[in-house]
Design a binder for this molecule. Structure first.
Ligand SMILES: NC(=O)c1ccc[n+]([C@@H]2O[C@H](COP(=O)([O-])OP(=O)(O)OC[C@H]3O[C@@H](n4cnc5c(N)ncnc54)[C@H](O)[C@@H]3O)[C@@H](O)[C@H]2O)c1
Length: 451
Protein backbone atom coordinates (compact mmCIF):
# COMPACT_ATOMS: atom_id res chain seq x y z
CA UNK A 1 0.00 0.00 0.00
CA UNK A 2 1.03 3.61 -0.47
CA UNK A 3 0.16 6.56 1.72
CA UNK A 4 1.09 10.21 2.11
CA UNK A 5 1.24 11.95 5.49
CA UNK A 6 0.75 15.74 5.44
CA UNK A 7 2.62 17.42 8.32
CA UNK A 8 5.79 15.92 9.78
CA UNK A 9 5.42 17.06 13.39
CA UNK A 10 5.22 14.85 16.48
CA UNK A 11 2.23 12.95 15.12
CA UNK A 12 2.84 12.98 11.36
CA UNK A 13 6.48 11.94 11.55
CA UNK A 14 5.90 9.17 14.09
CA UNK A 15 2.81 7.87 12.25
CA UNK A 16 4.60 7.95 8.89
CA UNK A 17 7.65 6.13 10.28
CA UNK A 18 5.46 3.51 12.01
CA UNK A 19 3.31 2.87 8.94
CA UNK A 20 6.50 2.38 6.92
CA UNK A 21 7.64 -0.10 9.57
CA UNK A 22 4.35 -1.96 8.88
CA UNK A 23 5.58 -2.33 5.27
CA UNK A 24 3.56 0.53 3.77
CA UNK A 25 5.27 2.88 1.32
CA UNK A 26 5.07 6.32 2.97
CA UNK A 27 5.80 9.82 1.73
CA UNK A 28 5.83 12.49 4.42
CA UNK A 29 5.04 16.01 3.23
CA UNK A 30 5.64 19.31 5.03
CA UNK A 31 5.49 22.94 3.95
CA UNK A 32 8.43 23.64 6.26
CA UNK A 33 11.26 23.15 3.75
CA UNK A 34 13.98 23.41 6.39
CA UNK A 35 12.35 20.54 8.31
CA UNK A 36 12.15 18.41 5.15
CA UNK A 37 15.80 19.18 4.30
CA UNK A 38 16.85 18.02 7.78
CA UNK A 39 14.81 14.83 7.47
CA UNK A 40 16.32 14.15 4.04
CA UNK A 41 19.76 14.44 5.68
CA UNK A 42 18.67 11.95 8.33
CA UNK A 43 18.37 14.57 11.13
CA UNK A 44 15.34 14.48 13.44
CA UNK A 45 13.54 17.82 13.87
CA UNK A 46 12.11 16.66 17.22
CA UNK A 47 13.33 14.60 20.15
CA UNK A 48 11.41 11.34 20.47
CA UNK A 49 13.10 8.20 21.83
CA UNK A 50 13.82 5.61 19.11
CA UNK A 51 12.60 7.81 16.26
CA UNK A 52 15.93 8.39 14.52
CA UNK A 53 16.64 4.63 14.30
CA UNK A 54 13.13 3.89 13.01
CA UNK A 55 13.30 6.65 10.39
CA UNK A 56 16.81 5.63 9.29
CA UNK A 57 15.89 1.94 8.94
CA UNK A 58 12.78 2.62 6.85
CA UNK A 59 14.41 5.35 4.76
CA UNK A 60 17.26 2.95 3.95
CA UNK A 61 14.74 0.24 3.10
CA UNK A 62 13.19 2.63 0.55
CA UNK A 63 9.78 2.70 2.25
CA UNK A 64 9.93 6.18 3.79
CA UNK A 65 10.71 9.47 2.07
CA UNK A 66 10.28 13.20 2.69
CA UNK A 67 9.24 16.00 0.37
CA UNK A 68 7.69 19.47 0.23
CA UNK A 69 5.90 18.61 -3.04
CA UNK A 70 2.40 17.43 -2.20
CA UNK A 71 1.08 16.46 -5.64
CA UNK A 72 3.61 13.72 -6.52
CA UNK A 73 3.37 12.39 -2.95
CA UNK A 74 -0.34 11.67 -3.23
CA UNK A 75 -0.31 10.34 -6.80
CA UNK A 76 -1.67 6.80 -6.53
CA UNK A 77 -1.87 6.90 -2.70
CA UNK A 78 -4.43 4.61 -1.05
CA UNK A 79 -4.75 7.10 1.80
CA UNK A 80 -3.62 10.60 2.68
CA UNK A 81 -3.34 11.41 6.38
CA UNK A 82 -3.70 15.04 7.40
CA UNK A 83 -1.55 15.44 10.54
CA UNK A 84 -1.03 19.22 10.67
CA UNK A 85 -1.32 21.31 13.82
CA UNK A 86 -4.65 22.43 15.31
CA UNK A 87 -3.54 25.00 17.92
CA UNK A 88 -5.93 27.12 19.98
CA UNK A 89 -7.30 30.04 18.00
CA UNK A 90 -6.29 33.32 19.63
CA UNK A 91 -9.08 34.82 21.68
CA UNK A 92 -11.82 32.20 21.68
CA UNK A 93 -10.06 28.87 22.33
CA UNK A 94 -11.61 27.23 19.27
CA UNK A 95 -9.27 24.89 17.39
CA UNK A 96 -7.56 26.81 14.59
CA UNK A 97 -8.45 24.71 11.56
CA UNK A 98 -6.72 26.87 8.97
CA UNK A 99 -3.84 24.38 8.53
CA UNK A 100 -6.26 21.47 8.14
CA UNK A 101 -8.39 23.28 5.57
CA UNK A 102 -5.34 24.53 3.66
CA UNK A 103 -4.02 20.96 3.52
CA UNK A 104 -7.45 19.67 2.41
CA UNK A 105 -7.57 22.20 -0.45
CA UNK A 106 -4.12 21.21 -1.63
CA UNK A 107 -5.02 17.52 -1.40
CA UNK A 108 -8.25 18.13 -3.36
CA UNK A 109 -6.46 19.99 -6.16
CA UNK A 110 -3.79 17.31 -6.38
CA UNK A 111 -6.34 14.47 -6.36
CA UNK A 112 -8.25 16.16 -9.20
CA UNK A 113 -5.05 15.95 -11.29
CA UNK A 114 -4.35 12.26 -10.61
CA UNK A 115 -5.53 9.14 -12.47
CA UNK A 116 -9.19 9.30 -13.49
CA UNK A 117 -9.90 5.89 -11.90
CA UNK A 118 -7.96 6.68 -8.71
CA UNK A 119 -9.46 6.37 -5.23
CA UNK A 120 -7.94 7.78 -2.04
CA UNK A 121 -9.15 7.92 1.54
CA UNK A 122 -8.45 11.37 3.00
CA UNK A 123 -7.98 10.83 6.72
CA UNK A 124 -7.86 13.48 9.43
CA UNK A 125 -5.34 12.33 12.02
CA UNK A 126 -5.10 15.81 13.51
CA UNK A 127 -7.33 16.36 16.54
CA UNK A 128 -10.26 18.25 15.02
CA UNK A 129 -13.64 19.37 16.40
CA UNK A 130 -16.82 17.52 15.51
CA UNK A 131 -17.94 18.50 12.03
CA UNK A 132 -14.44 19.05 10.60
CA UNK A 133 -14.50 15.81 8.61
CA UNK A 134 -17.68 16.94 6.84
CA UNK A 135 -16.07 20.32 6.08
CA UNK A 136 -12.98 18.59 4.70
CA UNK A 137 -15.28 16.50 2.47
CA UNK A 138 -17.04 19.60 1.13
CA UNK A 139 -13.68 21.32 0.44
CA UNK A 140 -12.58 18.25 -1.52
CA UNK A 141 -15.89 18.04 -3.41
CA UNK A 142 -15.48 21.59 -4.65
CA UNK A 143 -12.41 20.62 -6.66
CA UNK A 144 -12.53 16.86 -7.04
CA UNK A 145 -15.14 14.36 -8.27
CA UNK A 146 -17.08 12.61 -5.47
CA UNK A 147 -16.17 9.04 -6.47
CA UNK A 148 -12.41 9.75 -6.30
CA UNK A 149 -12.25 9.91 -2.50
CA UNK A 150 -13.81 9.25 0.87
CA UNK A 151 -13.13 11.11 4.07
CA UNK A 152 -12.29 9.32 7.35
CA UNK A 153 -11.36 10.32 10.87
CA UNK A 154 -8.57 8.44 12.62
CA UNK A 155 -7.65 10.33 15.79
CA UNK A 156 -4.23 9.67 17.26
CA UNK A 157 -3.73 8.78 20.93
CA UNK A 158 0.07 8.51 21.07
CA UNK A 159 1.94 10.27 23.86
CA UNK A 160 5.12 12.22 23.25
CA UNK A 161 8.02 10.42 24.92
CA UNK A 162 6.58 6.96 24.21
CA UNK A 163 5.08 7.74 20.82
CA UNK A 164 6.48 4.79 18.87
CA UNK A 165 5.47 2.23 21.47
CA UNK A 166 2.02 3.86 21.68
CA UNK A 167 1.56 3.77 17.91
CA UNK A 168 2.78 0.18 17.61
CA UNK A 169 0.83 -1.11 20.63
CA UNK A 170 -2.18 1.17 21.10
CA UNK A 171 -5.02 0.41 23.49
CA UNK A 172 -7.35 0.80 20.51
CA UNK A 173 -7.59 2.23 17.02
CA UNK A 174 -10.60 4.46 16.34
CA UNK A 175 -11.71 4.86 12.75
CA UNK A 176 -14.61 7.03 11.66
CA UNK A 177 -15.34 5.84 8.14
CA UNK A 178 -18.73 5.53 6.57
CA UNK A 179 -18.17 3.69 3.28
CA UNK A 180 -17.16 0.03 2.97
CA UNK A 181 -14.38 1.03 0.60
CA UNK A 182 -12.83 3.47 3.09
CA UNK A 183 -13.18 0.97 5.93
CA UNK A 184 -11.40 -1.68 3.84
CA UNK A 185 -8.44 0.61 3.12
CA UNK A 186 -8.14 1.57 6.80
CA UNK A 187 -8.42 -2.04 7.91
CA UNK A 188 -5.63 -3.05 5.51
CA UNK A 189 -3.38 -0.24 6.69
CA UNK A 190 -3.80 -1.24 10.33
CA UNK A 191 -3.64 -4.97 9.63
CA UNK A 192 -0.41 -5.49 11.65
CA UNK A 193 -2.20 -4.11 14.72
CA UNK A 194 -5.31 -6.17 14.03
CA UNK A 195 -3.05 -9.26 13.97
CA UNK A 196 -1.87 -8.50 17.52
CA UNK A 197 -5.52 -8.21 18.58
CA UNK A 198 -5.64 -4.45 18.99
CA UNK A 199 -9.31 -3.46 19.39
CA UNK A 200 -10.45 -1.66 16.21
CA UNK A 201 -13.46 0.58 16.58
CA UNK A 202 -15.35 1.68 13.49
CA UNK A 203 -17.73 4.59 14.01
CA UNK A 204 -19.25 7.46 12.09
CA UNK A 205 -16.96 10.43 11.54
CA UNK A 206 -18.50 12.70 14.22
CA UNK A 207 -18.20 10.01 16.89
CA UNK A 208 -14.53 9.35 16.08
CA UNK A 209 -13.81 13.09 16.28
CA UNK A 210 -15.53 13.36 19.65
CA UNK A 211 -13.86 10.24 21.13
CA UNK A 212 -10.48 11.98 20.90
CA UNK A 213 -11.66 15.11 22.73
CA UNK A 214 -13.61 13.16 25.32
CA UNK A 215 -10.53 11.02 26.06
CA UNK A 216 -8.24 14.01 26.54
CA UNK A 217 -10.79 15.95 28.58
CA UNK A 218 -11.31 12.94 30.84
CA UNK A 219 -7.58 12.48 31.45
CA UNK A 220 -7.18 16.22 32.10
CA UNK A 221 -10.06 16.00 34.57
CA UNK A 222 -8.42 13.10 36.38
CA UNK A 223 -5.16 15.06 36.77
CA UNK A 224 -7.04 18.15 37.94
CA UNK A 225 -9.03 16.09 40.43
CA UNK A 226 -5.92 14.68 42.10
CA UNK A 227 -4.30 18.13 42.06
CA UNK A 228 -7.22 19.53 44.05
CA UNK A 229 -7.09 16.54 46.39
CA UNK A 230 -3.37 17.34 46.84
CA UNK A 231 -4.29 20.87 47.93
CA UNK A 232 -6.70 19.41 50.46
CA UNK A 233 -4.00 16.99 51.68
CA UNK A 234 -1.71 19.95 52.36
CA UNK A 235 -4.40 21.63 54.46
CA UNK A 236 -5.28 18.54 56.51
CA UNK A 237 -1.89 16.84 56.78
CA UNK A 238 -2.62 13.86 54.52
CA UNK A 239 -0.32 12.35 51.88
CA UNK A 240 -1.59 12.61 48.28
CA UNK A 241 0.71 9.82 47.07
CA UNK A 242 -1.04 7.37 49.37
CA UNK A 243 -4.48 8.79 48.58
CA UNK A 244 -3.78 8.34 44.84
CA UNK A 245 -2.56 4.79 45.41
CA UNK A 246 -5.49 4.01 47.67
CA UNK A 247 -8.06 5.12 45.13
CA UNK A 248 -6.10 4.01 42.05
CA UNK A 249 -6.00 0.39 43.19
CA UNK A 250 -9.77 0.41 42.74
CA UNK A 251 -10.15 -1.06 39.27
CA UNK A 252 -13.02 1.31 38.53
CA UNK A 253 -10.66 4.27 38.99
CA UNK A 254 -7.25 3.02 37.83
CA UNK A 255 -3.82 4.31 38.88
CA UNK A 256 -2.82 6.23 35.77
CA UNK A 257 -3.08 10.01 35.55
CA UNK A 258 -3.34 10.36 39.31
CA UNK A 259 0.04 12.05 39.83
CA UNK A 260 -0.35 15.37 41.56
CA UNK A 261 1.85 18.10 40.12
CA UNK A 262 2.05 21.69 38.92
CA UNK A 263 -0.89 21.38 36.51
CA UNK A 264 -1.11 19.76 33.10
CA UNK A 265 0.51 21.34 30.05
CA UNK A 266 1.69 20.17 26.67
CA UNK A 267 0.52 20.46 23.12
CA UNK A 268 -2.79 18.62 23.60
CA UNK A 269 -4.68 18.75 26.92
CA UNK A 270 -4.93 22.54 27.35
CA UNK A 271 -5.92 23.30 23.77
CA UNK A 272 -8.17 20.24 23.39
CA UNK A 273 -10.10 21.02 26.59
CA UNK A 274 -10.60 24.60 25.39
CA UNK A 275 -11.74 23.45 21.95
CA UNK A 276 -14.17 20.93 23.47
CA UNK A 277 -15.66 23.67 25.65
CA UNK A 278 -16.15 25.79 22.49
CA UNK A 279 -17.81 22.90 20.68
CA UNK A 280 -20.18 22.37 23.62
CA UNK A 281 -21.05 26.07 23.81
CA UNK A 282 -21.80 26.19 20.11
CA UNK A 283 -23.96 23.06 20.45
CA UNK A 284 -25.68 24.60 23.53
CA UNK A 285 -24.61 21.62 25.63
CA UNK A 286 -23.46 21.95 29.23
CA UNK A 287 -19.83 20.92 29.73
CA UNK A 288 -19.24 22.70 33.01
CA UNK A 289 -16.83 20.06 34.36
CA UNK A 290 -14.37 20.58 31.52
CA UNK A 291 -14.81 24.38 31.72
CA UNK A 292 -13.88 24.21 35.38
CA UNK A 293 -10.91 21.92 34.68
CA UNK A 294 -9.47 24.55 32.33
CA UNK A 295 -9.93 27.33 34.92
CA UNK A 296 -8.55 25.31 37.83
CA UNK A 297 -5.53 24.19 35.83
CA UNK A 298 -4.69 27.69 34.57
CA UNK A 299 -4.91 29.07 38.10
CA UNK A 300 -2.80 26.23 39.47
CA UNK A 301 0.15 26.86 37.16
CA UNK A 302 0.18 30.50 38.22
CA UNK A 303 -0.15 29.52 41.89
CA UNK A 304 2.92 27.26 41.73
CA UNK A 305 5.12 30.37 41.57
CA UNK A 306 3.46 31.58 44.80
CA UNK A 307 4.12 28.20 46.38
CA UNK A 308 7.83 28.48 45.53
CA UNK A 309 7.98 32.05 46.84
CA UNK A 310 6.21 31.02 50.07
CA UNK A 311 8.62 28.10 50.53
CA UNK A 312 11.50 30.58 50.16
CA UNK A 313 10.15 32.52 53.15
CA UNK A 314 7.81 34.93 51.32
CA UNK A 315 10.27 36.58 48.94
CA UNK A 316 12.67 35.50 46.21
CA UNK A 317 14.02 38.97 45.54
CA UNK A 318 17.77 38.71 45.13
CA UNK A 319 17.68 34.91 45.37
CA UNK A 320 19.03 32.47 42.80
CA UNK A 321 16.75 29.55 42.00
CA UNK A 322 18.06 26.42 40.27
CA UNK A 323 15.39 24.74 38.12
CA UNK A 324 15.65 21.21 36.75
CA UNK A 325 13.29 20.40 33.88
CA UNK A 326 11.54 22.83 31.51
CA UNK A 327 9.54 20.66 29.09
CA UNK A 328 5.93 19.83 29.93
CA UNK A 329 6.91 16.24 30.64
CA UNK A 330 10.03 14.05 30.35
CA UNK A 331 11.34 12.43 27.14
CA UNK A 332 10.24 15.22 24.84
CA UNK A 333 11.63 18.56 23.72
CA UNK A 334 8.10 19.98 23.49
CA UNK A 335 7.65 23.23 25.41
CA UNK A 336 4.07 23.95 24.30
CA UNK A 337 2.00 25.12 27.31
CA UNK A 338 4.67 23.80 29.70
CA UNK A 339 4.12 24.87 33.35
CA UNK A 340 7.66 26.35 33.28
CA UNK A 341 6.38 29.05 30.89
CA UNK A 342 3.92 30.25 33.55
CA UNK A 343 6.05 29.72 36.64
CA UNK A 344 9.53 30.97 35.74
CA UNK A 345 8.60 34.46 34.43
CA UNK A 346 6.71 35.01 37.71
CA UNK A 347 9.85 34.14 39.69
CA UNK A 348 12.07 36.48 37.68
CA UNK A 349 9.40 39.21 37.94
CA UNK A 350 9.56 38.73 41.73
CA UNK A 351 13.29 39.49 41.63
CA UNK A 352 14.82 36.00 41.41
CA UNK A 353 17.62 34.90 39.12
CA UNK A 354 16.67 31.56 37.55
CA UNK A 355 19.31 29.08 36.43
CA UNK A 356 17.88 26.11 34.54
CA UNK A 357 18.74 22.86 32.82
CA UNK A 358 16.65 20.48 30.72
CA UNK A 359 18.06 17.44 28.90
CA UNK A 360 16.26 18.12 25.59
CA UNK A 361 14.10 21.23 25.88
CA UNK A 362 16.65 24.04 26.13
CA UNK A 363 16.82 24.82 22.40
CA UNK A 364 13.11 25.66 22.37
CA UNK A 365 13.09 27.10 25.91
CA UNK A 366 15.78 29.68 25.06
CA UNK A 367 13.38 31.24 22.53
CA UNK A 368 10.45 31.32 24.97
CA UNK A 369 12.24 32.13 28.24
CA UNK A 370 15.09 34.48 27.30
CA UNK A 371 15.47 35.80 30.86
CA UNK A 372 16.74 32.46 32.21
CA UNK A 373 20.41 31.47 32.66
CA UNK A 374 20.85 28.12 30.88
CA UNK A 375 23.27 25.56 32.30
CA UNK A 376 24.95 22.44 30.90
CA UNK A 377 23.91 19.88 33.52
CA UNK A 378 22.08 19.43 36.82
CA UNK A 379 24.81 20.21 39.36
CA UNK A 380 26.15 23.19 37.40
CA UNK A 381 22.62 24.63 37.67
CA UNK A 382 22.85 24.49 41.47
CA UNK A 383 26.20 26.32 41.69
CA UNK A 384 25.68 29.62 43.51
CA UNK A 385 21.95 28.90 43.80
CA UNK A 386 19.97 29.30 47.01
CA UNK A 387 17.27 26.70 46.39
CA UNK A 388 16.41 23.95 43.93
CA UNK A 389 13.07 23.49 42.12
CA UNK A 390 12.30 20.18 40.38
CA UNK A 391 9.87 20.97 37.59
CA UNK A 392 9.95 18.01 35.16
CA UNK A 393 10.53 14.41 36.25
CA UNK A 394 13.26 13.38 33.81
CA UNK A 395 14.81 10.07 34.91
CA UNK A 396 18.22 11.67 35.35
CA UNK A 397 16.75 13.90 38.10
CA UNK A 398 15.39 10.92 40.05
CA UNK A 399 18.70 9.82 41.57
CA UNK A 400 20.55 13.06 42.28
CA UNK A 401 23.38 13.01 44.84
CA UNK A 402 21.54 14.53 47.81
CA UNK A 403 24.73 15.24 49.78
CA UNK A 404 26.10 17.19 46.81
CA UNK A 405 22.85 19.18 46.55
CA UNK A 406 23.24 20.07 50.22
CA UNK A 407 26.78 21.32 49.61
CA UNK A 408 25.91 23.33 46.51
CA UNK A 409 22.76 25.12 47.68
CA UNK A 410 23.01 28.07 50.03
CA UNK A 411 19.79 27.30 51.96
CA UNK A 412 19.47 24.14 51.25
CA UNK A 413 15.84 23.79 50.23
CA UNK A 414 14.39 21.53 47.52
CA UNK A 415 10.94 22.29 46.11
CA UNK A 416 9.76 19.21 44.24
CA UNK A 417 6.69 19.91 42.10
CA UNK A 418 6.65 16.30 40.79
CA UNK A 419 7.03 14.38 44.07
CA UNK A 420 10.12 12.58 42.74
CA UNK A 421 11.69 12.18 46.21
CA UNK A 422 10.50 10.89 49.57
CA UNK A 423 10.29 13.43 52.40
CA UNK A 424 12.12 11.03 54.77
CA UNK A 425 15.17 10.62 52.47
CA UNK A 426 15.42 14.39 52.02
CA UNK A 427 15.19 14.90 55.79
CA UNK A 428 17.91 12.26 56.31
CA UNK A 429 20.13 14.14 53.84
CA UNK A 430 19.59 17.35 55.81
CA UNK A 431 17.57 19.02 53.05
CA UNK A 432 14.44 21.03 53.67
CA UNK A 433 11.80 19.68 51.32
CA UNK A 434 8.52 21.00 49.97
CA UNK A 435 6.48 18.86 47.59
CA UNK A 436 2.89 18.55 46.37
CA UNK A 437 0.15 17.27 48.66
CA UNK A 438 2.52 16.01 51.37
CA UNK A 439 3.60 17.58 54.65
CA UNK A 440 6.71 19.76 54.11
CA UNK A 441 9.95 19.00 55.95
CA UNK A 442 11.53 22.31 56.80
CA UNK A 443 14.58 21.24 58.76
CA UNK A 444 16.34 24.18 60.31
CA UNK A 445 13.99 26.72 58.79
CA UNK A 446 10.91 25.75 60.83
CA UNK A 447 7.37 25.76 59.52
CA UNK A 448 6.37 28.70 57.32
CA UNK A 449 2.97 30.35 57.64
CA UNK A 450 1.60 28.88 54.44
CA UNK A 451 3.11 27.06 51.46
N1 LIG B 1 1.76 16.02 19.84
C1 LIG B 1 1.03 15.05 20.36
O1 LIG B 1 1.40 14.40 21.34
C2 LIG B 1 -0.30 14.69 19.75
C3 LIG B 1 -0.95 13.51 20.12
C4 LIG B 1 -2.17 13.19 19.54
C5 LIG B 1 -2.74 14.06 18.62
N2 LIG B 1 -2.11 15.21 18.28
C6 LIG B 1 -2.74 16.07 17.28
O2 LIG B 1 -2.06 15.88 16.03
C7 LIG B 1 -2.00 17.10 15.30
C8 LIG B 1 -0.56 17.44 14.99
O3 LIG B 1 0.10 17.69 16.20
P1 LIG B 1 1.71 17.79 16.26
O4 LIG B 1 2.07 17.92 17.68
O5 LIG B 1 2.30 16.69 15.43
O6 LIG B 1 1.93 19.19 15.48
P2 LIG B 1 3.28 19.87 15.04
O7 LIG B 1 3.07 21.33 15.19
O8 LIG B 1 4.44 19.22 15.70
O9 LIG B 1 3.39 19.52 13.47
C9 LIG B 1 2.56 20.01 12.48
C10 LIG B 1 3.34 20.03 11.16
O10 LIG B 1 2.43 20.31 10.09
C11 LIG B 1 3.12 21.11 9.14
N3 LIG B 1 2.12 21.75 8.26
C12 LIG B 1 1.24 22.74 8.56
N4 LIG B 1 0.47 23.01 7.46
C13 LIG B 1 0.86 22.16 6.48
C14 LIG B 1 0.44 21.92 5.14
N5 LIG B 1 -0.57 22.63 4.57
N6 LIG B 1 1.06 20.98 4.42
C15 LIG B 1 2.07 20.27 4.95
N7 LIG B 1 2.52 20.43 6.22
C16 LIG B 1 1.92 21.37 6.97
C17 LIG B 1 3.93 22.06 10.01
O11 LIG B 1 4.99 22.65 9.27
C18 LIG B 1 4.42 21.11 11.11
O12 LIG B 1 5.65 20.52 10.76
C19 LIG B 1 -2.72 18.14 16.18
O13 LIG B 1 -4.06 18.22 15.79
C20 LIG B 1 -2.61 17.55 17.57
O14 LIG B 1 -3.65 17.98 18.41
C21 LIG B 1 -0.90 15.54 18.81
Amino acid sequence: MRIAVIGTGYVGLVSGACFSEFGVSVTCVDTDRAKIARLQRGEMPIYEPGLDELVAANTNAGRLSFTSELAPAIEGADAVFIAVGTPSRRGDGHADLSYVFAAAEEVGRALAETRADGYTVVVTKSTVPVGTGREVASILRRVCRRERFDVASNPEFLREGSAIEDFMHPDRVVIGAESDRAQTVMRQLYRPLYLIETPMMFTDIETAELIKYAANAFLATKITFINEIADLCEKVGADVQDVAKGIGLDGRIGRKFLHAGPGFGGSCFPKDCRALVRTAREARANLSIVERVVQVNDARKARMAEKIIAACGGSVAGKTIAVLGLTFKPNTDDMRDAPSLEILPRLTAAGATVRAFDPEGMGEAEKLLPEIVYCGEAYETMKSADVLVLLTEWNEFRALDLARIGQLLAEPLVIDLRNIYQPAEMAAAGLSYVSIGRPPYLGRAGAPASI
